[in-house]
Design a binder for this molecule. Structure first.
Ligand code: GCO
Ligand code: MG
Length: 403
């Protein structure tokens, strides 16, 4: 079997997605997600102009050799654009291999380690009471794990409550970056009140998660982690930008609140020290950004040595293709933690028909051969790319801050 064609399909059924389709000379094809929110066309060019010519004529079964060829052979290694392109190709090749073997991807990885995959959904509100109600609605839908974000008094909408929060209606981003305003001091005072109220209303059984979205310093994160300990969060996510991995030592010295990190990581090197020193509890790497199935398997096996569990990133900008791939990995991986699943719009489900099914607080990848996700190219072509950016964030004095 040889690779005959490599197509890159960009569509925007509510938000932009980059999908690669690899077609073999025996008629089998596989698809992969290469979406990098706000920089999608960079991945399109990387795939079309630099990767596709290297794949034509190759044996699609040589997944590892192609991965190494695209990683080491590029000379310029790592980074979100390069790794999203490699991820998309890798996902498509595993899709082909599992279809050729006539089995669902999770079987090819080693079979199911659990009956179903626990997910967490998103709930938010501008006020604590709105957020509490939103959590209640998700709990009533059967969710057992819910990420909760809340507006901060004195600030306009912040991450997770502003324009980005309306992910379930698509359009998380805008044609120019929306500017948010941030105050760490106001945030630090307010978040413990949110979780005190949530525990009062819903008790201790519900898994509650919170995403700080890279906005604190290590000592501030240590303080917040301590303040949240009485509310026993499932995790505190992305408390501090993680370029300085050893910075997380300071947080670990002060709090037992579990830490989740890594949705922006694109290789194992981004998390090596964090994992070796057990500075985190969940690794958030996901199939579309961390090297596909091949890259993720390597990261997750390394994590398992250090008691770290998986928690694939899975908001709407992770396309249903990557969500399907994640679900197979989630069903197989022994050190599974949880899968983020903020949901998709009906149109996105139509553009990307899939065998994965969500029931309440769980998903299952299904039994279709491959990763079980396809793309309706005709429908996708009716929703062309529209330039869009993630928001940016500034402190009240105008300082550009982490979004
Ligand atoms: C999450 C993430 C998202 C990101 C988005 C950026 O935990 O789901 O933080 O909300 O903001 O994926 O593209
Ligand atoms: Mg996050």
């Amino acid at each position: 079997m040889k690779i005959k064609d490599v197509k890159v399909i960009v569509c925007s059924p509510g938000r932009n997605f980059v999908t690669v389709k690899i077609v073999t000379d025996e008629g089998l094809y596989g698809i992969g997600d290469g979406t990098v929110n706000g920089r999608e066309l960079s991945v399109v060019s990387y795939l079309q102009d630099h990767v596709a010519p290297l794949l034509i004529g190759r044996d699609p079964a040589q997944i590892e050799d192609i991965w190494q060829y695209l990683y080491r052979g590029a000379y310029w290694r790592r980074g979100p654009i390069t790794m999203a392109a490699i991820s998309a190709v890798d996902m498509a090749l595993w899709d082909i291999k599992a279809k050729a073997a006539n089995m669902p991807l999770y079987q090819l990885l080693g079979g199911a380690s659990r009956q179903k995959v626990m997910i967490y959904s998103h709930a938010q509100g501008m006020s604590i009471e709105e957020a509490v109600d939103a959590v209640g609605k998700k709990r009533d839908e059967g969710h057992v794990a819910i990420r909760c974000q809340v507006g901060i008094p004195g600030l306009p909408a912040v991450y997770g409550t502003g324009k980005g929060a309306k992910q379930d209606r698509g359009g998380m981003v805008e044609a120019l970056p929306h500017e948010e305003v941030w105050s760490t001091s106001r945030y630090m005072l307010h978040i413990p009140k949110l979780f005190a109220r949530l525990r009062d209303v819903y008790g201790d059984d519900l898994h509650l998660l919170h995403d700080t979205h890279h906005r604190l310093t290590p000592i501030e994160a240590a303080r917040l982690g301590k303040d949240l300990e009485p509310f026993r969060l499932f995790w505190l996510e992305d408390p501090v930008p993680a370029e300085l991995q050893e910075g997380y030592r300071l947080i670990r010295q002060h709090t037992t609140t579990p830490i989740a990190l890594g949705e922006v990581f694109n290789t194992i090197w981004d998390a090596r020290l964090l994992m070796e020193e057990q500075l985190i509890d969940y690794i958030r790497a996901t199939s579309v950004h961390a090297g596909g199935v091949t890259g993720l398997r390597r990261i997750f096996d390394f994590a398992s040595v250090y008691h770290i569990r998986t928690a694939c990133h899975g908001p709407m900008d992770v396309s249903p293709v990557a969500m399907g791939t994640n679900a197979h990995i989630d069903l197989w991986v022994p050190n599974f933690g949880i899968q983020e699943f903020s949901g998709y719009t009906p149109l996105m489900h139509e553009v990307f028909p899939h065998s994965w099914v969500q029931e309440g607080g769980y998903i299952h990848p299904g039994e279709a051969p491959g990763h079980g996700v396809d793309i309706d190219e005709a429908l996708a072509s009716k929703h062309p790319y529209q330039r869009a950016y993630l928001p940016v964030n500034r402190l009240e004095d105008g300082t550009l801050w982490h979004w």
